[in-house]
Design a protein around this ligand. Structure first.
Ligand SMILES: *[C@@H]1O[C@H](CO)[C@@H](O)[C@H](O)[C@H]1NC(C)=O
Ligand SMILES: *[C@@H]1O[C@H](CO)[C@@H](O)[C@H](O)[C@H]1NC(C)=O
Ligand SMILES: *[C@@H]1O[C@H](CO)[C@@H](O)[C@H](O)[C@H]1NC(C)=O
Ligand SMILES: *[C@@H]1O[C@H](CO)[C@@H](O)[C@H](O)[C@H]1NC(C)=O
Ligand SMILES: *[C@@H]1O[C@H](CO)[C@@H](O)[C@H](O)[C@H]1NC(C)=O
Ligand SMILES: *[C@@H]1O[C@H](CO)[C@@H](O)[C@H](O)[C@H]1NC(C)=O
Ligand SMILES: *[C@@H]1O[C@H](CO)[C@@H](O)[C@H](O)[C@H]1NC(C)=O
Ligand SMILES: *[C@@H]1O[C@H](CO)[C@@H](O)[C@H](O)[C@H]1NC(C)=O
Length: 820
């Protein structure tokens, strides 16, 4: 497949396009999603960079910084973005201060004591740059290279009291002697052993520690190397349990809080001191060499140089997309570009920093988590940055090679918790179908997927699938599964069943298309229908006030003996015990959502599902009810696909309408502008793909066509250099015309309501003529996305789905559902 010298083609293509009047980066606001649980990382990072530096708050600090009033307690150099687990990384924070009367014993050492409020309105966040002022009159700025952070701290001139004259510890105003400490702590306070050294002459500090991952098992070691410039050293030492000591090294076990410090003479210029922090997961020496290589001789102005380099890197990533706004608001442009930006913060490229095994393969980390990212993050990366997606796939396979299973979640070189199925299978097959190929051992990928499908690991809370004996024998995961093979949290029997079924669906696809293994294809195809085994046709659903929703037939838990158990279909929705289905032993039979939601999850078998739920008309009513009644919480990733399922019922206009009901109402450009954890860019990629009008059905070569939120969008493919444009005719920025009346693909009438990835590989123009009313466009059976059966009147599902591996244009899908 196409893996030409894509990078040279890409830069040529980018150069060939005319420049926009405004810099794309003006539309990127890293502060979106930094409050109300968005947990977005707001600091400085290169695309997929290891160094991610920001001010850390004492409070809701999963991403380090939060846009609230919480105090700042450190500046640290590595983070994850948008996680729903505990705070991640944040190792070895540094802290600048002026000791009262320059007396080092009066400085504040522990993170509890030193925390300081921020100066109102002082935060500035741009790609590659973060700045904040503290109430101590110290101003902090930071930028990064791939594996090092560079801080520029500006100190006050005198030790005079910060804001008013009444603090008695600052009774006499003298020339300030800046003091900077490093702390061997991390954000979740997880450190076990650790150590630090400080060289009294050069001021260089090096150190390491053993820490815990934030949503997984095991430990990881991290190393740093800090160098200081801009002022002569006045004094140095270590600190322990909140107090400074003389000395040059500290060995700290888990009970010891400590680090090192330096006190400086008056800075040479502008009251500024530069701190360069090199990072590594291998050794302190490597942390130092990373810093020396990337930022050889930091001067005050080096910060601006790093910012410029970072901006260029971000522009290059984003410039593959062109937008003609057509009058769309700057708010929407900010939502859009910031969404793409956040999708490219993680996973982090730790190639060359992997202490676990020797390999020439790339190593990306923080797949946090694939349960979240398979749906929109990886499909967006595949679309906009196929090269990076290729390296990520190769990493996943190298993890399989060396650890025996694909991850479902991974961070800090540790296994993360599995939330449902083995969804790396979906990432692999999605990429395969979209031509991601260079250097990928697809036979190994098949082996890895079969391992997920067949071999239960000893601890399936962190990889693979549990209950595989039941899966094979009973065709569903029972509630109270006996499972004598492996250990894991035996909840989520319904959501695991539907996810395992879809995982088997994509494996079937791959078995046929890549392996040409008809027997395996049939086997997994069969298993992909297992969701039906938990469908209870006569199950009804009442609302909390007892009113019948009127819909009949829902997934329900089943016991090992085949008898039904019961879970209220609205349980764990926003309407009833919303948080009852988290990842703990008392969680429900669905994960982070109700039966209502999971009953819609059969992404490869939509025609069967529609028939099972009573046909197209009832299906659409049920989907409308789901969105309108408050049952749907769009801030969790499993909800995303539900916005577009109308396409399968021949009602693409309703998908468009629904998309506009969520954006911008719940996805906007405020600091609270995302409805849930961003989970490494999930909310951002959902918004971006939806606004481009090409939301994918991950794991299949299917993009649902809806009108872009802008007059037109173009994407230049990184593999082929070709540009695909989606052009709205009759576009209006008030969004009255949101219904496609007719479409033309490269000038030819196009009636299918979906696209394949070929469009992006080969380039071309899709022209959508819009109007204010829903039309018949895309409504016919042969125009809806492909799906398994039903072909027989009785709903049997023998199937042919040649379309996704076809060299030619897709064959029409065959479905029999009510056409509206
Ligand atoms: C950062 O690393 C990436 C590889 O992940 C590389 O392509 C890029 O050039 C590096 N950027 C800088 C500024 O060194
Ligand atoms: C002045 O600063 C001190 C110490 O920070 C604080 O306790 C006091 O409330 C402040 N007084 C005024 C009038 O702001
Ligand atoms: C301030 O200076 C005066 C006179 O030099 C001295 O007596 C006093 O102790 C100093 N105050 C503090 C808090 O150091
Ligand atoms: C970290 O994990 C390794 C491997 O499991 C283990 O041998 C080691 O004792 C752990 N170290 C700490 C400090 O927990
Ligand atoms: C550290 O050394 C300085 C200078 O020699 C001395 O004044 C001070 O008392 C020492 N502090 C400790 C805690 O030993
Ligand atoms: C629903 O169907 C089950 C069998 O699938 C049956 O046992 C049960 O009695 C039915 N319930 C109602 C209310 O009809
Ligand atoms: C922005 O999005 C948030 C999160 O979804 C939502 O709570 C808020 O109401 C929205 N604000 C505006 C002005 O639309
Ligand atoms: C549907 O099922 C009925 C009864 O089992 C059978 O007689 C009929 O042939 C089936 N029709 C099809 C199209 O399979």
């Amino acid at each position: 497949m196409m893996h030409l010298l894509w990078w040279s083609l890409l830069s040529a293509a980018v150069l060939a396009q005319e420049n926009d009047q405004r810099d794309i980066l003006d539309y990127v606001d890293p502060l979106i999603g930094t409050i109300n649980g968005g947990h977005v990382f707001a600091g400085a990072s290169l695309p997929f960079g290891m160094a991610k530096a920001v001010a850390d708050v004492d409070g809701d600090n999963q991403g380090g910084f939060t846009s609230d009033d919480s105090p700042i307690k450190g500046f640290s150099h590595m983070h994850d973005s948008g996680t729903g687990g505990a705070s991640s990384l944040g190792n070895f924070p540094i802290w600048p201060q002026i000791c009262p009367n320059n007396d080092i014993t009066k400085c504040k050492y522990s993170s509890y004591e030193r925390q300081t409020l921020r100066e109102d309105g002082s935060v500035k966040a741009h790609p590659g740059y973060f700045a904040i002022g503290l109430d101590t009159q110290i101003h902090a700025e930071v930028s990064v290279s791939n594996r090092s952070a560079l801080y520029r701290f500006t100190f006050p001139e005198s030790t005079a009291p910060p804001s008013n004259g009444t603090d008695p510890t600052f009774a006499n105003s003298t020339e300030a002697a800046p003091h900077i400490l490093v702390d061997l702590i991390d954000l979740p306070n997880s450190r076990d052993v650790g150590a630090v050294k400080v060289d009294p002459k050069s001021g260089r500090m090096t150190g390491w520690g053993v820490f815990s991952p934030s949503f997984g098992v095991g430990n990881y070691s991290s190393y740093f190397c800090a160098d200081f410039s801009g002022a002569n050293i006045k004094a140095s030492g270590i600190w322990k349990q909140g107090f400074p000591e003389n000395g040059t090294s500290l060995d700290a076990d888990s009970r010891v809080d400590g680090g090192a410090w330096l006190q400086f003479e008056k800075p040479e210029e502008n009251q500024q001191i530069m701190v360069r922090v090199g990072l590594s997961f291998i050794s302190s020496d490597q942390a130092c060499s990373n810093a020396e290589r990337e930022i050889p001789d930091p001067k005050l102005s080096t910060l601006e140089e790093l910012v410029k380099t970072a901006q260029d890197a971000w522009r290059e990533k984003l410039e593959v997309v062109k937008v003609v706004p057509g009058g769309a608001s700057d708010m929407l442009l900010r939502v859009f570009w910031s969404g793409i930006y956040r999708t490219m913060i993680s996973p982090q490229d730790y190639t060359g920093e992997n202490p676990l095994w020797e390999s020439d393969e790339p190593y990306y980390d923080s797949y946090y988590c694939i349960w979240d990212s398979f749906r929109s993050i990886h499909p967006l990366l595949t679309l906009l940055d196929p090269y990076s997606q290729t390296l990520m796939i190769r990493t996943l396979l190298d993890v399989y090679r060396h650890e025996g299973k694909l991850p479902d979640c991974r961070m800090s070189f540790c296994k993360g918790y599995t939330q449902g199925g083995s969804n790396a299978d979906v990432v692999l097959v999605d990429s395969y179908l979209k031509g991601i190929d260079a250097g990928i051992d697809w036979d190994l990928a098949y082996e890895a997927m079969l391992s997920d499908a067949e071999i239960e690991p000893p601890n399936w809370d962190v990889e693979g699938r549990g209950g595989l004996a039941s899966w094979k024998e009973l065709g569903y995961i029972p509630k109270n599964d006996l499972d004598g093979v492996g250990k894991g949290t035996k909840t989520r029997s319904i959501s695991r069943t539907v996810e395992y079924a879809y995982n088997d669906f994509v494996i079937a696809t791959f078995a046929r298309d890549h392996q040409h293994d008809e027997a395996a294809y049939q086997k997994y195809l069969q298993r992909s229908g297992n969701w039906k085994n938990l469908f209870k046709p006569n199950q009804t659903s009442l609302l909390v006030d007892g009113e019948d929703t009127g819909f009949v037939g829902f997934l329900q838990p089943k016991l090992p003996d085949g008898s039904w158990d019961f879970q209220d279909p609205i349980f764990c929705s926003p309407l009833l015990d919303f948080t009852g289905c988290y990842l703990n032993p008392s969680g429900g039979e669905t994960y982070e959502g109700p039966v209502w939601l999971y009953t819609f999850f059969a992404p490869g078998d939509m025609a069967t599902l529609i028939q099972t739920l009573g046909g197209g008309e009832t299906f659409v009513k049920r989907l409308e009810f789901f969105h309108d009644s408050g049952l749907c919480y769009i801030g969790d990733e499993q909800a995303f696909l539900k916005v577009f399922l109308y396409h399968y019922a021949g009602r693409p206009g309703l998908s468009s309408k629904r998309a506009h009901s969520y954006i911008p109402a719940l996805f906007n450009d405020t600091v609270g502008g995302i409805p849930g954890n961003d989970d490494s860019g999930a909310m951002g990629s959902f918004a971006a793909l939806t606004m481009m009008g090409i939301f994918p059905n991950a794991g299949q070569d299917v993009y649902f066509i809806t009108p872009p939120f802008f007059e037109s969008i173009s994407i230049t493919n990184g593999a082929t250099g070709k540009t695909a444009t989606i052009q709205n005719v009759n576009y209006d920025p008030e969004f009255k015309n949101i219904y496609i009346q007719e479409a033309k693909l490269n000038g030819q009438a196009y009636t299918k309501n979906w696209l394949t990835h070929d469009f992006f590989l080969e380039g071309g123009t899709l022209e959508l003529t819009l109007g204010p009313e829903e039309s018949e466009w895309g409504a016919n059976v042969e125009d809806v996305p492909p799906s398994l059966g039903p072909f027989g009147a009785n709903g049997t599902s023998e199937v042919e789905r040649r379309w996704y591996s076809s060299e030619k244009a897709p064959e029409p899908a065959r479905m029999e559902i009510g056409v509206m």
